[in-house]
Design a protein. Structure first.
Length: 131
């Protein structure tokens, strides 16, 4: 269920940013709230609100000079192929791709790649965000 929710969130965000939509609705699941909380924390979206009695979240997308702040979103780890990284592989990824943010599922919850490097932990790479 977690992976289906993740792929749904990513596809809805990609369609919305390509269509220059200001607001979109996403099902209110814990994965969505955690991921959107990270996106809001690093400034990739303007924010989100919980729509009462509907089971949805309203996400306010962020644009800079009519271009989306998010250039691409891609699901890395899939149900058929899980991708795990330790600290060494994560550091290599960050050195190779400096305009990319990885969202990693760790034992401490969803974290950014930079937070994982500071904490010294690895995990499952869920999402690649190109900014």
């Amino acid at each position: 269920m977690k992976q289906q929710a993740l792929s749904d969130i990513i596809s809805r965000l990609n369609v919305a940013r390509r269509g220059h939509m200001q607001y979109i609705k996403i099902p209110n699941v814990s994965m969505a709230r955690n991921l959107l909380g990270l996106f809001e924390h690093i400034g990739l979206i303007r924010g989100y609100t919980i729509l009462e009695n509907t089971g949805f979240l309203e996400v306010m997308l962020k644009y800079n000079k009519s271009l989306s702040v998010i250039h691409d979103l891609k699901q890395i780890s899939k149900p058929s192929r899980r991708i795990y990284v330790d600290m060494i592989r994560l550091k290599r990824l960050k050195d190779k791709h400096n305009k990319v943010i990885y969202i990693i599922s760790t034992t401490k919850g969803l974290m950014l790649d930079s937070e994982c490097l500071v904490a010294g932990i690895g995990g499952e790479v869920l999402v690649k965000v190109v900014i």
